[in-house]
Design a protein around this ligand. Structure first.
Ligand SMILES: [Zn+2]
Length: 178
């Protein structure tokens, strides 16, 4: 797997060959002086909780993590806030409008796709839906389930970052219950 920055073999501005080898998060062109950084991209995910305290999980239809449980969410577009990103993704994926959003935690999520490992920073929020009447899985999932805290099995969850967020949520439920 390549980090995206390692795929640049030529300067994207002047076209000169760049030195090979391991790179951190930038390329520097000795010919034209270009210094180009590629840092983490942002994604947001929602733990949507219903009136019975159950959280919504989507079963992933595609790799990465095919067949495992994930959360609604996705990559932020340029210029969006994380909250706008999450509201848009949730609308696109499951056709519901989110009411309140509360920041839960963040976690790095190296995301492998077509031979490239993207450095992603996932931001997680807990959320309530304005209404679940229009709930419908529209894309990227082959099913869904609502799980109470004691029904969640972390081994079924697709990504370490999502597991970290769900663990955090479960801890908060235990604190609240205890
Ligand atoms: Zn250059």
């Amino acid at each position: 797997m390549n980090a995206p920055i390692e795929l640049f073999r030529f300067c994207p501005r002047c076209g000169k060959a760049l030195p090979g080898g391991k790179r951190a998060n930038f390329i520097e062109c000795g010919a034209c002086g270009l210094l180009y950084f590629l840092n983490a991209v942002v994604a947001a995910g929602a733990i949507i909780v219903d009136d019975r305290g159950r959280a919504l999980f989507l079963r992933r239809a595609k790799d990465p993590g095919k067949g495992k449980l994930g959360l609604p969410g996705g990559f932020a577009d340029i210029g969006e806030t994380a909250e706008e990103n999450l509201r848009r993704e949730v609308r696109e994926e499951i056709n519901i409008e989110l009411a309140s959003l509360e920041f839960l935690c963040s976690s790095p999520n190296p995301y492998e796709y077509r031979g490239v490992t993207y450095p992603v920073l996932d931001l997680f929020f807990t959320a309530r839906a304005k209404s679940l009447d229009a709930f419908k899985v529209l894309e990227e999932a082959e099913g869904y389930c609502w799980l109470a805290p004691d029904e969640v099995c972390l081994d079924d969850i697709a990504f370490p970052s999502v597991r970290a967020a769900v663990s955090r949520w479960l801890e908060k439920q235990r604190v609240r219950a205890g």
